[in-house]
Ligand binder design. Structure first.
Ligand code: G6P
Length: 608
C-alpha cells in the first residue's frame, strides 16, 4: 500500500524514480509524485491519477533535475486523491521532503500541536506532520532530528527523507511497513519492493523495524534509534528480471493465470522426494502435532478464501476442528487461542498489516505459527515460527491468481503431510493424494489450453448486472474466490452463497436473467446443488455451471456448463478456480476495465 522509491548517485534521478514508481504502481495508483534536490532547492512535482500523469508533467523526468530524489505512488488513506495530498510532502519552508507508506495514528494531535506553534499545513494527510515535525525540531543534525521525530510518531511507517540542508543524503526508516535498500556502484537506492530497483541492482538490505539507513552516493550506514551501528546481511535477489515484466501479455493478470502450472510445479515438486513429502521447513514432531486441539487459520482477502478451503480440507483429513478467521476480525475479538492451537497464517505479500498483527496476537497467546508466504524475507515470513514459501514468483496484478493457487497447493501438501503423521489416512490414500497433487499442473494446463470457451461465455454474459455464485462444501469455499475475482476487476456486483443458504433471503434477488454461477464439483453433494440450480432457474436465473467431466449429467441442467478434469475432491478448487479467473478476466476486459489496477484497490495492504 503506497510505493516508495529513492535514488542517490551521479545520474539524473527523475527517470529512474519514474521507472521505479511504475514497478510499484501495484501498491497504489491514485496519485504520484517525486522530489529532487537540484543543488540549491527541493523541487516537487505531483499529479493526481495514474503515474502517466506525472510522467507527462515531468516530460518523462526530463524537466526536473537533480541526482538525489525520492518518489511515491499513493493509495489514499488520509485526504482524497489530489495533487496536494500526493507525496512527497514538504515542510513549511520547503527545506525537508518526506515520502511515507503507513499510517501515523496520532497525526491529529501532532497537527494541532504544530498548528498552535504557527505551522501552516497544506494537505489533509497524516504524512505532512512528519515533514513539519522535522523542520520544527531541526537544529543542524538531520539524523538526530529524524530520531526525535520518530519518538513522537505512533503507527506504521516506511519513510524516505531528503533535505535541502543535506544535499548528499537520503534517510530511510522502517517501522511495520516494508522498505529495502538497494546497493549500487557509486549510487544507492531505496524502495518498497524489489522490482523497483531490479534494473539497477540485485544486492539489497532489508530494513527491520526501527532501523534507519543513511544513504550517500558511496556508502550506506544503518543504525538503530539509539544510533548504534547495525550490521546487516546483504541479500542477492535471485529471480529473473523478466518475472516482473509482462512478457508480451496484455495484462499481468493474464500472464499470471497462464503461469499457474509452473508455479504449482515449482511449489510442489521440490517437496516430493522418492514418493514422500519432505517439508524441511516444518520442525513439528508427531507428538507436538498430536497435542493440538484446534487449527486456526488467519488471512485477508483471497488468502482468507484459501483458508476457507483449508478448513474443509484439514477437518476432513485431520479430524481436528478448524477455524478460518479474517485477520482484521480475529485481532480485536479476544480469541480463544492458546498453546493447544496451531495457527496457520496465509499471505502472498507477507506484509498485510492485519494478518501480521493477528499472527502476533496468536503468538502472544502461546500459539505456534506456520506461515504460508510468497515474498521471501517479508515480515510475516520472518516473524512466524515456521514458514513454507509458495514459489509463485513475483505477483504483480492486484487480483491474485497464481498466489492463490500455490497457497492451495501448500494447504494440500500440509494436509497430506499432517494426515500421515497423525495416522488419519492409509498409505494407499497417501500415495493417491500425492499422485493427484503432482498431476494438478498438467490438468490446469489442459483447462488453460481451452480458454477460448470461457472467453466465449464471457462475451455472452459480460452485461450482467448482478451475479450470484453458489456451491456447497468445498465448492462454497471456492465460490467466495470466484465472486471476489469477478467483482474486484469487472465492478459487477457479485455475491457468494452456500447453495443451501440462498433460499433464506437472497433468492428474492433472483429475477429474469440474473446470472447464477453454480459450482457443482463436490461429488457427494452434486444432487443437492442441482436442486438449488433448479430453484433459481424456476425463478428466471440464467445458470452457468461448473462441473467435473465425469458428471456430464450436470450439463443437461444448466443453460451453460464448463467441464473441468477430475481429481480428488479436496483438490478440485485448484482446477475449478481457473475458469473462474478466466471468466472474471474476460468479463473485465470486455467491459474495458483497468484489469491490473482496479479502482480503489492496492495489492499490498500495509494499513489496517
Ligand atoms: C489484497 C489483495 C488480495 C490479497 C489480500 C491479502 O486485498 O488485492 O489479492 O488476497 O490483499 O494479501 P496478502 O498479501 O496477505 O495475501
Amino acid at each position: 500500500m503506497c510505493g516508495i522509491v529513492g535514488y542517490i548517485g551521479y545520474e539524473q534521478a527523475a527517470p529512474f524514480l519514474l521507472h521505479g514508481l511504475e514497478k510499484l504502481e501495484y501498491r497504489g495508483y491514485d496519485s504520484a509524485g517525486i522530489c529532487l534536490n537540484d543543488g540549491s532547492e527541493l523541487i516537487v512535482k505531483k499529479a493526481k491519477g495514474k503515474l502517466e500523469e506525472l510522467e507527462k508533467l515531468t516530460d518523462y523526468g526530463k524537466n526536473i533535475h537533480g541526482t538525489v530524489g525520492i518518489g511515491h505512488t499513493r493509495w489514499a488513506t488520509h485526504g482524497e486523491p489530489s495533487d496536494v495530498n500526493a507525496h512527497p510532502h514538504l515542510s513549511d519552508s520547503c527545506r525537508f521532503a518526506v515520502v511515507h507508506n503507513g499510517i501515523i495514528e496520532n497525526y491529529l494531535q501532532l497537527k494541532e500541536y504544530l498548528t498552535a506553534k504557527g505551522v501552516t499545513f497544506r494537505s489533509k494527510t497524516d504524512t505532512e506532520v512528519i515533514a513539519q515535525l522535522i523542520e520544527y525540531y531541526y537544529q543542524g543534525d538531520l539524523i538526530d532530528t529524524v530520531i526525535k521525530v520518530l519518538s513522537k510518531l505512533d503507527g506504521s511507517y516506511a519513510l524516505g527523507v531528503i533535505s535541502k540542508e543535506n544535499p548528499d543524503e537520503i534517510i530511510a526508516v522502517r517501522k511495520e511497513s516494508p522498505l529495502i535498500i538497494g546497493i549500487g556502484e557509486n549510487e544507492n537506492y531505496i524502495a518498497s519492493d524489489v522490482p523497483a530497483i531490479l534494473s539497477k541492482t540485485r544486492r539489497i538490505y532489508r530494513l527491520e523495524n526501527n532501523e534507519i539507513a543513511i544513504l550517500r552516493r558511496d556508502s550506506i550506514r544503518i543504525i538503530n534509534t539509539d544510533k548504534d551501528e547495525v550490521r546487516k546481511e546483504e541479500e542477492t535477489i535471485q529471480w529473473d528480471i523478466d518475472a516482473a515484466e509482462k512478457g508480451g501479455y496484455e495484462h499481468f493478470m493474464f500472464k499470471e493465470i497462464m503461469e499457474q502450472p509452473k508455479a504449482l510445479h515449482d511449489t510442489v515438486n521440490p517437496r516430493i522426494k522418492d514418493g514422500r513429502i519432505v517439508l524441511d521447513e516444518i520442525k513439528l514432531t508427531k507428538e507436538q502435532l498430536r497435542q493440538y486441539r484446534k487449527i486456526n487459520i488467519l488471512a485477508c482477502g483471497s488468502a482468507y478464501h484459501v483458508g476457507v478451503v483449508a478448513k474443509y480440507v484439514f477437518e476432513k483429513m485431520l479430524r481436528i476442528p478448524v477455524e478460518a478467521d479474517l485477520a482484521s476480525e480475529f485481532r480485536y475479538r479476544d480469541p480463544i487461542v492458546d498453546d493447544k492451537t496451531l495457527t496457520i497464517v496465509i499471505s502472498q505479500s507477507g506484509e498485510t498489516a492485519d494478518t501480521k498483527e493477528a499472527m502476533k496476537e496468536a503468538q502472544r497467546r502461546g500459539s505456534h505459527v506456520i506461515s504460508i508466504v510468497n515474498v521471501v524475507g517479508s515480515a510475516i515470513a520472518t516473524e512466524s515460527d515456521e514458514v513454507i514459501y509458495t514459489w509463485a514468483g513475483p505477483e504483480i496484478a492486484v487480483a491474485t491468481t497464481k498466489a492463490y493457487s500455490t497457497q492451495l497447493a501448500v494447504v494440500y501438501l500440509l494436509a497430506i503431510y499432517f494426515a500421515e503423521m497423525l495416522g488419519t489416512i492409509t498409505d494407499a490414500e497417501y500415495q493417491y493424494y500425492l499422485k493427484e497433487l503432482e498431476a494438478l499442473p498438467d490438468k490446469i494446463q489442459e483447462i488453460l489450453d481451452h480458454e477460448e470457451n470461457i472467453q466465449y461465455l464471457a462475451s455472452q454474459l459480460f452485461h450482467s448486472r448482478d451475479v450470484f455464485f453458489i456451491g456447497r462444501n468445498i465448492d462454497y469455499a471456492l465460490s467466495l474466490e470466484g465472486s471476489l475475482k469477478l467483482k474486484e476487476i469487472s465492478y459487477i456486483h457479485s455475491e457468494a452463497y452456500a447453495a443451501g443458504e440462498l433460499k433464506h433471503g437472497t433468492i428474492s434477488l433472483i429475477e429474469e436473467g440474473t446470472l447464477v454461477i453454480a459450482l457443482a464439483t463436490h461429488e457427494p453433494l452434486i444432487a443437492k446443488t442441482i436442486s438449488n440450480i433448479e430453484e433459481v432457474q424456476t425463478r428466471g436465473a440464467y445458470v452457468l455451471c461448473l462441473a467435473c467431466e465425469n458428471h456430464q449429467e450436470v450439463g443437461s441442467v444448466a443453460q451453460s456448463t464448463i467441464f473441468i478434469p477430475q481429481t480428488c475432491d479436496m483438490m478440485l478448487p485448484s482446477l475449478a478456480v481457473i475458469p473462474l479467473q478466466l471468466f472474471a478476466y474476460y468479463v473485465a476486459s470486455l467491459k474495458g476495465c483497468d484489469i491490473d489496477k482496479p479502482r480503489n484497490l492496492a495489492k499490498s495492504v500495509t494499513v489496517e
